[in-house]
Design a protein around this ligand. Structure first.
Ligand SMILES: [Zn+2]
Length: 135
């Protein structure tokens, strides 16, 4: 997240986000490490970390929710810049499971084309990861 530049001055505009786990609102911190955070605080972050494959599924679902329809290759490319590097094929397998749960849709124009996934759930990625971790 970069500050907005206006008349050569850096202006920091408060950005309010809703926590992916508990939906509490929090102000985004301008910080190289924390600017991509999706949680209100450590407690919610830890809940996702402690879920089986929680961080991986959370990252994939968050990309899909925030960027719209994507193929597994596009998601893989977006995630390649972060620690959660996951192959195109693995993402396809994970999203097949989330499709079976009714969280995403998968469509393709023909047999030879890759699936395009779309996030259709009303729930947030953090809520989903925790819900299905307990099941
Ligand atoms: Zn929270």
């Amino acid at each position: 997240m970069k500050p907005i530049k206006k008349n050569n001055e850096q202006i920091y505009r408060a950005i309010i986000r809703e926590c992916s786990v508990c939906r509490d609102e929090y102000e985004l911190i301008y910080h190289p490490i924390h600017s991509d955070q999706r949680y209100c605080g450590q407690e919610c972050h830890m809940k996702v970390r402690q879920a089986h494959k929680g961080m991986r599924d959370h990252a994939i679902l968050t990309v899909l929710k925030e960027r719209g329809s994507l193929t597994s290759l596009q998601i893989s490319n977006i995630l390649s810049g972060c620690k959660l590097r996951t192959s195109n094929r693995t993402i396809g397998n994970i999203l097949r499971l989330w499709k079976a749960r009714g969280i995403v849709t998968a469509e393709r124009r023909s047999f030879k084309k890759p699936y395009t996934y779309k996030y259709i759930s009303e729930l947030f990625p953090g809520e989903l990861v925790l819900k299905y971790a307990k099941a």
